[in-house]
Design a protein around this ligand. Sequence first.
Ligand code: NAD
Length: 496
Amino acid sequence: MKQVSHYIDGQFVLGEGSRQITVTNPANNEAIAVVNCAQDSEVEAAIASAKKAFDSWKETPVSERARVMLRYQALLKEHHDELAEILAKETGKTFEDAKGDVWRGIEVAEHACNVASLSMGETVENVARAIDTYSYTQPLGVCAGITPFNFPAMIPLWMFPIAIACGNTFVLKPSEQDPMTPQRLVELFEIAGAPKGVLQLVHGDKTAVDILLTHPDIKAISFVGSVGVGQYVYKTGTDNLKRVQAFAGAKNHSVIMPDANKKQVINNLVGASVGAAGQRCMAISVAVFVGSSKQWIDEVAAEIGKVKPGLWDDPDAGYGPLISPAAKARVLSLIEEGKQQGADCLVDGSNFTVDGYESGNWVGPTVFSKVTPSMSIYQEEIFGPVLCCIEVDTLEEAIALVNASPYGNGTSIFTASGAAARKYQHEVEVGQVGINIPIPVPLPFFSFTGWKGSFYGDQHAYGKQAVRFYSETKTITARWFEEDIDTAPNMTIALK
Ligand code: NAD
């Protein structure tokens, strides 16, 4: 059985913790690895080592920091398929989907190579007579990242490459459900030539998180995960006077106008709703059919019903199992509530299984119509392969529905009308909007800008905002007296 390691003070160690977490294959729930949760003293040792490393890393020239990232992104590309295989085996994702997870993380590591231009300050000459003001960015110190199970490569890579490129050091606490992918990311970072102590990896759960949230030497916390934990992390971190960015849950709507390209709508909704078993914070979980587009619901349901979940290495699998038996039980109970609360279950994946893997966390594609906002399948983030269809009469009604949601991560509109798209993009209270694009995740030169209950904080992940999050700005106002030139003896000689 593989033992997952922490990476503390430049050493991969199994840890002395007595509490163990078993990592399982979601396709059959057999154990594939075991991790000792970091003890308090181990988390503290990681923080202390990161603090020590900060002294020299913050003085390392920016081009040298960027070169570590250049080597790192090249190594990630070289090991792309290997990482995707580790990831697929511990999450159950299909190989194609796992490759996407790794690739989107690599793009952030590429972005971190631009740190010199991204961290340039501002200058204004003569803010008053003979006075200039200019600003620098400087790193914060030790930053920490707490990441979820659903993107074990991409989300750690949202965080530590940019934080470290900015001159910080970093402690990563990844999800305990799939810790092997992050471990491999950290091994490659060491090979890329990062100095000892700059990146630390500790495994565990709430106990380790609580130390990071309260430790005086942690200056900033990046969190991605569920709503309740996100709120807890934001409140506790800020209570302890830390800078916090917390990305939380979502319920993303796609609005289908009657003039939309029907074929594109159907194709796009299939992948966006049940792809990755719906375990994406940007999954489309609600389709809002405006006016006569409701006639397409049966066709959408029929196409989604054709998707077959399967094993990670089955090229015909549409998606894999859910991450755990608990996740499956939660999704099944929400499907049951949907039926009891009066929604029409057009496709029911509750009893789906894969031959030979009956003990896996399978849920088949599921589609409800006649969903109303009071139903729990509408209110809860299901985080499973379930699409809820709602019918409204007008675009205004669709916008009002989306804006009434407590979440604001992503949304999309399908239409052939520029005016409808413009109105939607302008009025919708959601941070990432797709126009005829179902899942509008921005590339890393923009930022990942969720709103409302999907994000607590100010500066978002990657793009310029992440550089601001991981930096302080120092603003200098300087005046030099011309008459002093004459009083400095050496200068007088030089000028003569
Ligand atoms: P989770 O909240 O259960 O876990 C996230 C992290 O928090 C893990 O590292 C976990 O160990 C830790 N944690 C769990 N419980 C804790 C507690 N009580 N106190 C302190 N730390 C705790 O989330 P998950 O199930 O791993 O991930 C799925 C969730 O993440 C979904 O809600 C999804 O929408 C969200 N997510 C959001 C985004 C986004 O950008 N908004 C991106 C990906 C995932």
